[in-house]
Design a protein around this ligand. Structure first.
Ligand SMILES: NC(=O)c1ccc[n+]([C@@H]2O[C@H](COP(=O)([O-])OP(=O)(O)OC[C@H]3O[C@@H](n4cnc5c(N)ncnc54)[C@H](OP(=O)(O)O)[C@@H]3O)[C@@H](O)[C@H]2O)c1
Length: 390
């Protein structure tokens, strides 16, 4: 589109949808079909015009550019997929392994997923990663501290640096993912630094949207995969009394995507959690019923579990960290239940999936082969669990 034409179209001011939508009649296999070619929109929170092209879908161009930090993680792939599905160009900063971002390339049309090799400690690289974007998502986080990165380094310093880079580069929107239960007084280093990270982000980017999801579930879920992998002998703590609010990663990605086009989400805090609370025992029962095999959980005293997991930190890929053990004694209680200023799925018009009904595909592969095809309530084998006993 010629620049004078673009200017003419955008002169109507913020929020205006231009008349540039052109309905073309074009012949396809002898039939005349109507197609929308281009459209120009000035989002209210941004001075930059967004030029859309084509029908919606992966092969179209939404005109938006998003940067997703933490794109190589569990939630990251769902977020990039949702954005790519709408034709949004996604900058995907990654580190270390070339292979860590390969799967993301397929989530958008050619040239729409832009991989960017970076180090979160390199400020210039952060600015370069965000400067073309009209929204930045920060999903960077880690369940356990590592040799090179403490909880503070990942959850506070990196979060602040990304927010600062967004401010310096003039990015209009920042969505920062924290965690349900983030609390500056928490005995868990993860939850404490997540709260400090939220504060640091708001200090440098007051309009940032903060998102606190409950424990994420999906194919890559640590919670479910650990139960499935160790179902014959699962060391647990707290007598399985911890209350969790598990949330499907696909629902969180849907919410993050919705925030991109919804100006009312600017500066808000969202808590995304299941409608119903589950104890860890409920989750074991649901998994037992889905496996059709009892999960054998053995309660271990907290100090012993902490000592064992502390030693496991020297293992190549730690299964559990002492801080996660600490978190297993902290119930996930959404503040949104008592504080109306904290928003939830309902404010985005999203109905989150029911954990019991959606969990089976995520853990079906842990079943014995003879039972693989059976549905949750199908006869054919014994069922286990408090809620599902036959
Ligand atoms: N999973 C949950 O149940 C849960 C619950 C509540 C909140 N959250 C939060 O939601 C966000 C996404 O969670 P997730 O489950 O997708 O986490 P994840 O699978 O562990 O992915 C974390 C992402 O952060 C990146 N990252 C970690 N440390 C980094 C560092 N030092 N420098 C650069 N990148 C780094 C990882 O990059 P590499 O791939 O290179 O390691 C990865 O892309 C996180 O902030 C997490 O704390 C998760």
């Amino acid at each position: 589109m010629a620049s004078e034409q673009l200017l003419r179209l955008t002169r109507r001011g913020p929020g205006a949808v231009s008349t540039a939508t052109r309905h073309h009649l074009r012949p396809v296999a002898g039939i005349m079909v109507r197609s929308i070619t281009t459209d120009v929109l000035i989002p209210p929170h941004s001075a930059q015009p967004v030029v859309r092209q084509g029908l919606t879908g992966r092969s179209s161009v939404s005109g938006h550019v998003a940067t997703v930090f933490g794109c190589t993680g569990f939630l990251g792939r769902y977020v990039v997929n949702r954005l790519g599905k709408k034709g949004t160009k996604v900058v995907t900063p990654y580190r270390c392994h070339e292979d860590s971002k390969r799967h993301l390339k397929l989530m958008g049309d050619l040239g729409q997923i832009v991989n960017f090799d970076y180090d979160v400690r390199n400020y210039d690289q952060l600015v370069a990663a965000v400067k073309h974007s009209d929204i930045v998502y920060n999903l960077v986080g880690r369940d356990y501290p590592t040799k090179n990165f403490s909880f503070e380094a990942v959850n506070v310093t990196a979060a602040r640096d990304i927010a600062q880079a967004c401010t310096d580069a003039g990015v209009p929107r920042l969505v920062h993912v924290s965690a349900l239960g983030a609390d500056a007084q928490s005995t868990s280093g993860f939850l404490r630094t997540k709260a400090l990270g939220e504060r640091a982000v708001r200090e440098v980017f007051p309009d940032a949207t903060i998102v606190r999801p409950g424990t994420l579930v999906g194919y890559e879920s640590n919670l479910l995969n650990r139960i499935g992998f160790y179902r014959q002998f699962l060391p647990v703590v707290n007598h399985n009394r911890q209350i969790l609010r598990p949330v499907d990663a696909a629902d969180v990605a849907l919410a993050l995507d919705a925030m991109m086009l919804e100006p009312s989400t600017t500066g808000q805090t969202y808590e995304l959690f299941s409608a119903k609370p589950y104890t860890y025992q409920d989750i074991l029962d649901i998994c037992s019923a889905a496996f059709r095999e009892r999960v054998h959980a053995i309660n271990v005293p907290k100090p012993i579990m902490k000592a064992v997991t502390a030693m496991l930190q020297y293992w190549y890929y730690p299964q559990l960290s002492p801080d996660e053990v600490e978190r297993m004694f902290i119930d996930q209680v959404p503040t949104a239940l008592n504080d109306p200023s904290i928003k939830t799925f309902a404010d985005l018009g999203i109905q989150p999936r029911n954990f019991e009904l959606t969990v089976l595909p995520y853990i079906r592969h842990f079943r014995r082969a003879a039972l693989t095809d059976l549905g949750l309530d199908q006869e054919g084998a014994r069922t286990f669990g408090k809620h599902h006993s036959s």
